[in-house]
Design a protein around this ligand. Structure first.
Ligand code: KG4
Ligand code: ZN
Length: 343
């Protein structure tokens, strides 16, 4: 007997719903919120209002594309957190309402666990390579930067994390300093391809253990730009691509240094990346290059599974369904990762 899971994601500014039959993806529908672009960042109140408007059409469309009715769904998995509280509340309340109306069980999902398990979503007719356990996952998003040891789908250990900004935040803040718009990560990625990554160097952090820091590089870029623009007002415009290539390389160097250390310390050679920044082409090719040198087997997510999506919530829900881990109807969202204890 197969298991059908409906997944719902609403932690930040994307409303998404997906349907899986066992590990196989039947649909993955997404409504992104353009409204935040003009403010240069996500405005929580606008995000939650847009989720309210989007959630019903997105869920209906996901069921329609999957060709399943609510009566065939075995459980509804939803993102409990971390994320923006107002956004999480929309997905959580909608899921609870659906459960009351249909009698279906509900499953809470940690968004970060979802990003990692996106590697296990299978697509009919594809090769569907998955990491073997235990594996290391470099989780890089707009809100988090972690090195995670994954022992099985439901058991994780965070080996290292950022002590200040997330790497996606560093991409976005550096892009903002250069007037590149929001979110800056994809723009930096594009410009970096045309630039010389050896041209400029910025301050590198010196943080112990497997932890990260990304706030210094932004400050370093800020003062560097201030001084150079004072000498030549056209500096930024003339050097955009080289600047992007250079600080992108610095960010990737910082990420790789600790990931290599983690692989050495644990002896684990199955290495994956996940989260929004795992779409970065520079990071993707560096992971593959380092992997070849060091005998790692590397796993890069498909682009559509790098950013926030409900397929990753549904696959996590699927594993929790197998383990009988259901939530009660009085469940509330958790906005901070720390509220999950060791996750
Ligand atoms: O995982 P995600 O969609 O949302 C969070 O859970 O935070 O990640 C969003 C982050 C943003 O900071 C965005 O700039 C970054 O991922 N990002 C990228 C690229 N695509 C998205 N950063 C660098 N290069 C990219 N190609
Ligand atoms: Zn995310």
């Amino acid at each position: 007997m197969s298991t059908v899971i409906l997944g719902i994601e609403s932690s930040c500014d994307d409303t998404s719903a997906a349907v899986l039959r066992d590990e196989y993806l039947l649909s993955n529908v997404m409504a992104s919120q353009e409204v935040h672009r003009r403010y240069g960042g996500v405005i929580p109140e606008l995000a939650s209002r847009a989720h309210q408007q989007n959630i019903l059409p997105v869920v209906s469309e996901a069921l329609r594309q999957a060709g399943v009715g609510m009566d065939e769904v075995d459980a509804v998995a939803f993102t409990r957190g971390p994320g923006l509280l107002g956004s999480l509340l929309v997905g959580t309340s909608f899921t609870k309402g659906l459960a009351v109306a249909t009698g279906k069980p509900i499953i809470e999902v940690n968004h970060l666990q979802g990003h990692i398990l996106s590697h296990f979503v299978k697509v009919e007719g594809r090769e569907n390579r998955c990491p073997e356990f235990p594996f290391l996952c470099l989780l890089v998003s707009g809100g988090h930067t972690q090195i995670v040891r994954v022992d099985d789908p439901l058991h994780f250990e965070i080996l290292g994390h950022t002590i200040d900004d997330a790497v996606g935040e560093a991409f976005d803040k550096c892009a903002k300093l250069m007037g590149l718009g929001y979110p800056g990560g994809p723009v930096v990625d594009r410009l970096a391809k045309e630039g010389d990554e050896k041209r400029f160097r910025f301050a590198k952090p010196n943080i112990p253990d497997l932890n990260y820091s990304f706030s210094g590089i932004k400050t370093s870029l800020l003062y560097f730009l201030r001084d150079r623009i004072a000498e030549d007002p056209g500096f930024l415009e003339k050097n955009k691509a080289d600047l992007c290539a250079s600080f992108q390389k610095d960010l990737i160097d910082i990420l790789l240094k600790k990931l290599i250390l983690a692989a050495r310390q644990t002896g684990i050679r199955q290495v994956a990346i996940a989260g929004g920044v795992s779409a970065n082409s520079g990071l993707r090719s560096r992971i593959e290059e380092e992997g070849r040198k060091r005998g790692w087997t590397t796993f890069l997510p498909e682009f559509r599974f790098t950013t926030d999506n409900a397929a990753m919530i549904a696959i996590t829900g699927y594993y929790k369904y197998q383990a009988g881990q259901f939530a009660s109807l009085d469940i509330a969202p958790l906005s901070r990762a720390a509220e999950y204890g060791d996750q």
